[in-house]
Structure formats: structure tokens, C-alpha cells
Design a protein around this ligand. Structure first.
Ligand SMILES: C[S@@+](CC[C@H](N)C(=O)[O-])C[C@H]1O[C@@H](n2cnc3c(N)ncnc32)[C@H](O)[C@@H]1O
Length: 364
């Protein structure tokens, strides 16, 4: 028997529901806490469950889903979520409104012409309202706010950090170190020449990858031409780097790029925004694009994170109201998905209190 992850709602008409056997319902882990050690040597604590009880098939998760499916309440939640995003960010010294204004009043619009692939066919899931924006990621406002939203997400992961910069150093630094260590260990000295950043958004992760691997050529790929226009504009207006950058408007599930043309494929904070079928396709496409010995790195929310398992009901309800695919994300066995795509040496660590980093290799 299989159950639909969502209650009958607009979700079911927008996409093919991903079905999971009931045996994959949540269970309490036998050990109470496990510590996972990030490459920095700092360890982060796992919670008691396989995944938060506000995800998947649990009564709590179903209750939240049915609240969100009630349209008038959904509209209120969406508004509330937006206010919470902005005020929480500004309390953490992320100058949200200032950063947004700077982009919206810049010459970023000129970049669209050279970036947009007018013949692209967007997958249906991408056209859902998202992050409290009715047009999802397909708007200038979403693009202008994306970097501030990323900073805010990073600071929330390390609330005790003495500054935003320290939080960024920990979250992005542990992720980059995990890539480097995995590649050194398993890739038989395969030089890092070409890096693909799938779901690069406005280029923040792409720039971090560039700084870590200064001799690599970077390709940032995204489905939003608005985000890519900001990425290109930022590249032009930031201090020059030694790397070369290419920005590509395409679907990461079927990029059209040449097989075996990358040494690293990164998918950073993308999968919690995707239905399971897209994640499966992204893993297969990454496998095709990597050279033998190449490294896949995926970083995103960890189902095992103690912090996420203990999130307050207000916060997880607001979050679920703006992230339509969270349940599918938490239910999917990511390690198995990556192994099924052909990868070996599949490893996952908590690289900060909220996020896991999975690394894997294409066999020789
Ligand atoms: C949260 S953002 C990623 C942030 C960025 N990687 C970072 O670390 O700062 C998620 C991005 O994934 C993109 N995305 C979602 N599905 C995609 C797909 N199938 N192909 C390419 N990009 C996709 C979205 O447009 C969005 O820009």
C-alpha cells in the first residue's frame, strides 16, 4: 500500500504525487544522540528521530498540511512568513531591505538579455508559489532578496556565532572542507578544473567554490533567469577573481551539457525545494556530467538535525507554508538515491547544526 504525502489539495493537481510505502513512516532511533563530526573537528548533535515529526506521514505533519491547504489561512501564513523572514534577518544584522534596494535600483536588468534561454520549458513544480512569492523564483523581487535570505539562513544555523561573518565561515567553510577532503581521499589526484554549481541562485555558492578552488572554471546553472542576471551583475561588479565564470539558464535535471565534463558537481540548498522525482533526475544528471573520480556534493537541511527536530510549531508551520516540497525532501532516502544513480563512497556528515553534506564519487 502507498500513501500520498499530501492531503487532497492543490499540491496533488500541480504535480505527480510522490508515493512512499507506509513502512517508511517515522521511527525513533535506537540510540539517543549521535554526534557527527564535521571536517573542522567540531561535532554537531543529531536528534532522537530519523526526521522531524512535523514532516511526512505523522498526525502533526498532516495537521499542518491541512491548515496550509485552507486557502484563507495559507494567504495569512504566507504574509506572516514574509514578515518573519525580513524581521528575523534584520535582527541578525542582515541588511535585508538595503541589499534588496541596491539590486532593484541597479543596472541588473540589462543582464537578462544575455542570460535568458527563451525556449526553456519549466518543470511544473517550479511554477508553484514559493518562499512567499507568488511567481516563485521567477521575479526580480525574489532575485533581489535572495542573497539576504541566504545570509539569514546561515546565521539561523549558527545562532551563537558572534557575527554574521563567523556564521558564514562555519557553514560555508565546513561544506567546502567536506568537498576538498572527499575529493582528496577518493579522486586519485583528479585535478579540479571544472565545477558545476546546479541551482546556483544569485551565485553565492558559486563564488565560495571559486575562492576555494581558484584555478577552476565555474559554471553556475539555474532555472531562474532573474537570479542568474543578479549572479552575472555581481560577478561584474565584484573584485575580479582568477576563475572564469559561465552562467547558464537551464534545468539541472537535463542540462544539455557534455557528458564527463566536470570534476565537481555541487547542489547546494536546492533539494528541499524540489519534488523527489526532480532530485532523482538531478542525481542521475550529475553522474552523467562528472568525470570518473569526480565528486558530487549535496548540502541541505539534515533530517537528523536536533535543531530542526526541535523547531517550534510556529516556525515549522510558517516554513512549510512557503516550501511546498519539504515533506518529499524529508521522506526521500538521499543516500540511496545517489547510490542508485551509480555513485560510490557515499558519505554524509552534519556540517553545521542544521545541515548535512553528502559527498560521493563517480567510480573509475
Ligand atoms: C536556495 S537556492 C540555492 C542557493 C545557492 N546554491 C547557495 O548555496 O547560496 C535554490 C535554487 O535552486 C534552483 N533550482 C530549483 N530547481 C532547479 C532545477 N531543476 N534546475 C536548476 N536550478 C534549480 C532555484 O531556482 C534556486 O535558485
Amino acid at each position: 500500500m502507498a500513501l500520498c504525502v499530501f492531503p487532497p489539495s492543490k499540491h496533488c493537481t500541480n504535480h505527480h504525487c510522490y508515493r512512499l510505502p507506509v513502512t517508511q513512516q517515522i521511527r525513533r532511533k535506537s540510540s539517543v544522540t549521535v554526534r557527527m563530526t564535521a571536517s573542522s573537528g567540531v561535532s554537531y548533535e543529531e536528534g532522537e528521530l530519523d526526521r522531524p515529526n512535523w514532516t511526512g506521514q505523522t498526525p502533526l505533519s498532516r495537521l499542518v498540511a491541512s491548515l496550509i491547504a485552507f486557502k484563507p489561512l495559507y494567504s495569512l501564513l504566507k504574509l506572516g512568513a514574509r514578515q518573519v523572514f525580513i524581521s528575523t534577518a534584520e535582527k541578525m544584522n542582515v541588511p535585508w531591505r538595503e541589499m534588496t534596494k541596491e539590486i532593484l535600483e541597479s543596472e541588473v536588468y540589462k543582464e537578462m538579455e544575455g542570460i535568458e534561454n527563451k525556449s526553456i520549458v519549466y518543470p511544473d513544480y517550479y511554477l508553484s508559489p514559493f518562499h512567499a512569492y507568488d511567481e516563485g523564483n521567477l521575479s526580480w523581487l525574489a532575485a533581489a532578496e535572495a542573497e539576504a535570505a541566504t545570509m539569514s539562513m546561515v546565521k539561523r544555523a549558527i545562532p551563537d556565532a558572534s557575527s554574521l561573518e563567523e556564521a558564514i565561515d562555519i557553514v560555508r567553510g565546513n561544506w567546502l572542507n567536506a568537498i576538498e577532503q572527499h575529493h582528496q581521499q577518493y579522486s586519485r589526484n583528479l585535478k579540479i578544473r571544472d565545477i558545476l554549481d546546479i541551482g546556483c541562485s544569485v551565485g553565492v555558492s558559486t563564488r565560495f567554490l571559486a575562492d576555494k578552488f581558484p584555478s577552476a572554471k565555474l559554471t553556475g546553472l539555474d532555472l531562474s533567469p532573474y537570479f542568474l542576471a543578479v549572479a552575472k551583475y555581481k560577478e561584474k561588479t565584484s573584485p575580479q577573481r582568477s576563475n572564469t565564470f559561465q552562467w547558464m539558464h537551464a534545468n539541472g535535471e537535463c542540462t544539455g551539457l557534455e557528458s564527463q565534463s566536470f570534476d565537481i558537481v555541487s547542489i547546494c540548498y536546492v533539494l528541499h525545494e524540489c519534488p523527489a522525482r526532480a532530485t532523482i533526475n538531478l542525481a542521475k544528471e550529475s553522474f552523467r556530467l562528472l568525470r570518473p573520480g569526480g565528486t558530487l556534493v549535496i548540502t541541505d537541511n539534515s533530517p537528523k538535525s536536533k535543531k530542526l527536530q526541535q523547531l517550534s510549531p510556529v516556525l515549522f508551520t510558517l516554513m512549510k507554508s512557503t516550501e511546498p516540497f519539504l515533506d518529499e525532501y524529508y521522506l526521500l532516502d538521499l543516500e540511496q538515491t545517489v547510490k542508485d544513480a551509480g555513485f560510490v563512497n557515499v558519505q554524509t556528515i552534519l556540517t553545521d547544526p542544521r545541515h548535512r553534506t553528502l559527498t560521493a564519487t563517480v567510480p573509475y
